[in-house]
Every structure is written in C-alpha cells, then in structure tokens.
Design a protein around this ligand. Structure first.
Ligand code: ZN
Length: 69
C-alpha cells in the first residue's frame, strides 16, 4: 500500500478560499512594517473582491441556489 500523497503538507501553497477561485493566496501588501506581526497565513488571492465577507456571501448564495433547484 502506498501512502496517501494527496494530503496537504505544511508549507504547501494555499489556494484562495473564494468559491470557484483557484488562484494562489497571497499576503496582502503591508504599508506599515511596524504593524507586521505573525498573523494568520493568507487565505485569499490578489483579487480585492475575494475576502472573508465576499466569500461568506458567495457561499450563502451558492447554498441558496442549490436549495432552490
Ligand atoms: Zn480568489
């Protein structure tokens, strides 16, 4: 038996969480280095419209579409 290779390994590139988006997540630009902290890793791509709020809305929209059909 081979070990599963599809498991995500730490350090692997992160794909944008926005539904349907397959862009690689990138860190948002930092304007103030003093504010740079060890925050959470990036979860969204460069698209400004792909953020937690829009992703939440899109997921809800997709769920409603699925429920309606
Ligand atoms: Zn995206």
């Amino acid at each position: 038996m081979e070990t599963t290779r599809s498991e995500k390994a730490p350090g692997e590139k992160v794909i944008c969480l926005y539904p349907g988006c397959e862009q690689e997540a990138v860190e948002p630009p930092r304007k103030d280095n003093r504010a740079a902290r060890q925050g959470p890793p990036p979860r969204y791509c460069e698209n400004e419209e792909h953020n937690a709020a829009s992703t939440f809305q899109e997921i809800k929209r997709l769920e409603q579409e699925g429920a309606a059909s």
